[in-house]
Design a protein around this ligand. Sequence first.
Ligand code: HEM
Length: 135
Amino acid sequence: MTEPLTDSLTLLSDRLGDPTEEVYARLFRTHPDLEPLFSMDTDGGVRGSMLSQAFDCLMDLAEGPGRLAETVIRAERENHDTYDVPAGMFEVFFDIIRDVTKEAAGADWTPAMETAWTAVLAKADAFAAQQPVKA
Ligand code: HEM
C-alpha cells in the first residue's frame, strides 16, 4: 500500500473492474440534463477517455504537486464551456468518482483515504472554478 487515494482506486478496479458504467449511471441519475450532451458518443469512447483523464488528474494531485492536473482541469473546464457543460459539474463528477470508489471499498475504506480524497477534491474543485490554489 502506498498513497491512500491511489490505494482506494486500486480497490475500485479490483472490485468493480471498469467503473465507467456505474459513474455515468450515477451522473445521469442525478443530472439527467447532462445525458443528451453525450448523444454523439455512440461507442462510449468520449465517456471512457473523459473518466480516464479525471482519474489521471486525481492521482496526479494525490501523488505530487499536481501541476498536470491543474493544467488539464483548468483547460478542460474552459473547453467544456463550448460543450454547454454548466459551471459546478466538474465538482459533481469528481464527487461521484469518490462516492463510487468509497462504496466499492466498503469496509476497507480508511480514514486516510477519506482525508486524501477531501484534500484532492478541494484542489480539483478550485481548479475547476478557475480559482488560484496554494501549493
Ligand atoms: C459532469 C461533468 C462533465 C461533463 C458533463 C462533461 C461533458 C463532456 C462532453 C459532452 C464531451 C464531448 C464533447 C464533444 O466532443 O463534443 C466531453 C469531452 C471530454 N471531457 Fe468532459 N465533461 C465533464 C467533466 C470532465 C472532467 C472532470 C474532465 C477531466 C478532468 C473531462 C475531460 C474531457 C476530455 C479529455 C474530453 C475529450 C474526450 C475525447 O474526445 O476523447 N470532462 N466532456
